[in-house]
Design a protein around this ligand. Structure first.
Ligand SMILES: [Zn+2]
Length: 193
């Protein structure tokens, strides 16, 4: 029986690159792979086509979904053979309902979800929370803080300063994110002016 996988990591932990390598691996084994990303992630569009794009330069066309999309409908629309796989990038933006649907789909085909565990307030994203609750397999993609410890916090930076209030998703805001360990996160919060 296939499984629902949740592979999580902090910002900069090469999750997207790993998702694309996973896709390549399944394709070389003769599987049909359907790659998804949420519409809230507007990083990359090439010739009008949505792309999943990794910082290390890998790119792949994908299918975009929004909060109201039914993955059961997407499954019925796209999947013609049981030798298929769903891969979801930025899966933290899935709704609880969508994760529940992916759990049902994973009874038939493998479903692999890649994304962040927590938001900039160090709280679980909705999609990540549901994945932690019902995924069959949880694994961590590790990345390193500047100090050498494991990065676990996704800090939001505005003008080089950590901010801890605001909306979970900010459209068009002048901000960046940095993965860091909790120790460095607290130190920077204490010392920044
Ligand atoms: Zn650190």
């Amino acid at each position: 029986m296939s499984k629902l996988y949740f592979k999580y990591g902090a910002m900069g932990s090469s999750k997207t690159a790993q998702a694309l390598m996973c896709r390549f691996n399944y394709i070389t084994k003769g599987f049909e792979v359907f790659l998804f990303k949420p519409k809230t992630d507007t990083r990359c569009v090439v010739d009008g086509k949505p792309m999943v794009s990794s910082r290390i330069g890998l790119k792949q066309e994908c299918i975009e979904f929004d909060k109201n999309e039914s993955f059961i409908d997407l499954y019925k629309h796209y999947v013609k053979t049981i030798n298929s796989v769903f891969i979801v990038d930025e899966c933290q933006f899935l709704s609880t309902k969508q994760v529940n649907e992916l759990k049902i789909i994973s009874q038939k085909i493998p479903v692999l979800c890649y994304g962040l565990l927590t938001n900039f307030k160090t709280e679980l994203f909705e999609g990540s929370k549901r994945l932690v609750e019902i995924a069959d397999s949880l694994s961590e993609i590790k990345s390193v803080c500047k100090c050498g410890r494991k990065a676990t916090v996704n800090a939001r930076l505005v003008d080089g300063k950590i901010v801890t209030t605001g909306a979970e998703v900010q459209i068009g805001a002048d901000e960046s994110y940095e993965g860091m360990c909790y120790n460095c996160y607290l130190n920077r919060l204490r010392t920044q002016k």
